[in-house]
Design a binder for this molecule. Structure first.
Ligand code: FES
Ligand SMILES: [Fe+2]
Length: 325
């Protein structure tokens, strides 16, 4: 994992008022709940008493209560009450578990993975989607490391093979470029694929001066992607790492062309079926990839069309090594 970054880990609606929820994210067992003000808290989901999961317990005011012997934890992970010791007994410092800094923004729960700070950097969600759009969503778990799931969405070469009857229709197997541009931790890549007439040599990225007019997609480090279908329609994916072999993928269809309430919901709901169909075409192949986790240097022979994947791997490696930008 890259340290000191915000990771989208859950749809905010998964954390309901009055009920703790247990998930594994970034290889950690976590319990999340909402305090009296509705603010989301997150601590390690293993009771310091005898190891039960607090996520199977309940919420009491701002605290989460372990279902085994009733230890009450506050949002910082400290035990505030040990019922068997009596309300009048002071709880010692060692009764605590690790807490995690989380924020709820844009309908997503974000976790800060790294050292605690007084002030945290901005959450880098796609600027134009921050308001004015509505969305429909579906989510599923893939049995792959999150890097493989991400790279699949950066792969402009696979379209005519994996999506023959959907988004890859038309046999456009020849890949020009692609052009990859970074702005901070946001990668934009521009796609120009065409049918191979047997004579055309693919253009290098530097040979495509009008690339800004091309179809483009974006990837925001460390785990957000968007397909810019048009000004008013986007598909966004959040790749929430579960552990080394599993990823929870949230796919959202964002639109702002339909604003009439019921029709809007219908459009957003219907989008799920198409997106699920396309994603399952990908999944069929991606789960077969070996090795499970991608690395900058491994025994793969990439081609020029894999530029966005190569760029992602390089950036990830630099960030893992603590290079500042
Ligand atoms: S295991 Fe949680 S209170 Fe005993
Ligand atoms: Fe695909």
């Amino acid at each position: 994992m890259i340290q000191n970054m915000w990771y989208g880990i859950l749809d905010a609606r998964e954390v309901k008022a009055g009920k703790p929820v247990g998930v594994t994210r970034l290889g950690e067992k976590l319990v999340l709940w909402r305090d009296d003000q509705g603010k989301v808290a997150c601590i390690y989901d293993q009771c310091c008493h005898r190891g039960a999961a607090m996520s199977h317990g309940w919420v009491k005011h701002n605290h989460v209560v372990c279902p085994f012997h009733g230890f009450e934890y506050d949002t910082s992970g400290k035990v505030k009450l040990i019922p068997a010791n009596g309300r009048s007994s002071k709880v010692l410092e060692q009764y605590h578990v690790q807490s995690f800094h989380v924020e709820e923004r844009y309908g997503i729960i974000w976790i800060w993975y790294g050292e605690k700070r007084d002030a945290y950097p901005e959450i880098l969600f796609f600027k134009e989607l921050r308001e004015g759009f509505s969305y429909g969503q579906f989510s599923e778990v893939w049995p792959v490391h999150y890097t493989r799931a991400i790279e699949n969405q950066l792969d402009v070469v696979h379209l005519p093979f994996v999506h023959t009857n959907s988004i890859g229709r038309g046999n456009r197997t020849l890949v020009h470029g692609p052009v990859v541009i970074w702005e901070d931790h946001l990668m934009t890549f521009f796609v120009k694929n065409e049918v191979d007439d047997g004579n055309t040599i693919p253009l290098k990225a530097s040979e495509i001066p009008d690339y800004r007019d091309l179809f483009s997609l974006q990837f925001q480090m460390p785990n957000l992607w968007q397909n810019i279908i048009s000004d008013d329609i986007r598909i966004v994916a959040v790749f929430a790492p579960i552990d080394d072999e599993h990823t929870q993928i949230y796919i959202r269809f964002y639109q702002r062309f339909m604003k009439v309430p019921i029709l809007k919901e219908l459009v957003n709901f219907t989008s799920r079926f198409t997106n699920r169909y396309i994603l399952h075409q990908d999944r069929r192949v991606v789960i077969t990839q070996i090795p499970k986790k991608s690395e900058l240097r491994m025994g793969e022979h990439l081609i020029p069309g894999d530029a966005p994947i190569m760029e992602y791997r390089k950036r990830r490696e630099q960030l893992k090594n603590g290079v500042n930008w």
